[in-house]
Design a protein around this ligand. Structure first.
Ligand code: AMP
Length: 177
């Protein structure tokens, strides 16, 4: 992705102060998703990062991680696996609780979603404190895939979420605030 493209993408993210609770500056990426030019740039930038790496599964985190995650999976010729909030997945699951920038939560994944042959990209829209991604990473890792990459569209650097994620894992963001 060029610097101009990155500037364009950053520039159309909408900031919503005090959502969903006072003090949070919520980065609304729907303004990026609804813009055809931005969506195309996003698709290309994610593809450039992961093509040729033998990725077999993209794991997307509910719910905004489903958008970029499924796009990436299709373009890599990989499968898509959802990580969901409790009680949504119909078959046997494994679950993990974690702390977020605002509140706590639990996520689940189907216990047969990943196999030891898999090379996985876990994708979410935004890296805040990193708690959600760490929980997702631990769920995926417990199924012993060959390799795991982590990707976000956007990161909030001032929250230092990268520091809570394992240092030996390649973590990418397309742009940061
Ligand atoms: P965290 O676990 O703190 O990294 O939170 C990440 C998840 O919460 C992502 O799925 C984001 O969609 C959402 N999130 C947390 N903080 C924000 C924020 N300031 N703006 C937009 N989304 C956020």
């Amino acid at each position: 992705m060029t610097k101009d493209e990155m500037t364009y993408l950053k520039g159309i993210v909408r900031n919503i102060p005090d959502f969903p609770v006072p003090g949070v500056q919520f980065k609304d990426l729907t303004t990026l998703f609804k813009d055809p030019k931005a969506l195309k740039m996003l698709e290309q930038a994610m593809l450039e990062l992961y093509q040729g790496k033998g990725v077999t599964k993209v794991v997307g985190i509910e719910s905004r991680g489903f958008i970029g995650g499924s796009m990436l999976a299709v373009h890599l010729g990989a499968g898509f696996v959802p990580v969901r909030k409790p009680g949504k997945l119909p078959a046997e699951t494994i679950k993990k609780s974690y702390a977020k920038e605002y509140g706590t939560d639990t996520i689940e994944i189907h216990s047969d979603a990943i196999t030891p042959d898999d090379i996985v990209v876990i994708h979410d829209d935004l890296l805040a404190t990193g708690g959600t991604m760490l929980a997702a990473y631990e769920l995926v890792k417990s199924m012993n895939p060959k390799k795991v990459y982590i990707n976000f569209i956007c990161g909030l650097e001032f929250l230092h979420g990268r520091d809570v994620l394992p240092q030996d894992v390649e973590v990418t963001t397309l742009f940061d605030f």
